[in-house]
Design a protein. Structure first.
Length: 187
């Protein structure tokens, strides 16, 4: 059996337990992480020999994949690197590990907030996220320190904008910082 046939058999076996819409989301996210564009067969159109998704036909916010791919290319971040830190589930990129070699809980907290922002960028094309989601990731990562949490967030300085109540958004320096952390690995 050829490598391609083996891969197809494995993929079909894995995707078989999901509904059609879920399969489509998984395939779309997988291709995005691999750096490829996704074209749904029923929404494809020919444009000068190049196949693409029509803006009007797309049910994704315009440019979502393009922004995440642009960030990946600009920062030389690979899908393999991202796979160490995120799990894709039902349209969401869920942070599963803290990147970087941070030693203090304060550094880990800052890295968790940057990671949560990147998860949002990958899923929606916008690096905006709630404080509740970032705190939940901190708790799950073992770096939440209720006494010093707010002080740790002040260390993010210009890498995020927003507030606990209004939500946070990674700035350009924040997107650069998380790219460096992803490339650094887990020290």
């Amino acid at each position: 059996m050829s490598k391609l046939a083996e891969a197809m058999q494995k993929i079909v076996g894995l995707l078989g337990e999901f509904e059609s819409e879920e399969r489509l989301r998984i395939v779309r996210a997988s291709l995005t992480l691999l750096g490829d564009d996704f074209v749904a067969p029923n929404r494809a159109h020919q444009d000068g020999g190049r196949v693409g998704v029509s803006e009007a036909d797309s049910n994704e916010p315009h440019g979502t994949q393009a922004l995440a791919l642009q960030w990946m290319r600009k920062n030389n971040v690979t899908s393999e690197q991202l796979e160490h830190y995120f799990h894709y589930d039902h349209g969401k990129f869920i942070p599963i590990a803290l990147p970087g070699s941070a030693i203090s809980k304060s550094e880990q907290t800052m890295n968790a907030y940057l990671t949560q922002g990147l998860a949002s960028l990958l899923a929606t094309g916008e690096a905006a996220f709630t404080d509740a989601d970032a705190r939940k990731f901190c708790e799950g990562s073992g770096c939440y320190d209720s006494t010093n949490h707010s002080k740790s967030l002040r260390g993010l300085k210009n890498r995020v904008s927003g507030s606990k109540s209004a939500g946070w958004k990674l700035t350009a320096p924040g997107l650069t910082s998380i790219a460096e952390l992803i490339k650094q690995g887990n020290g």
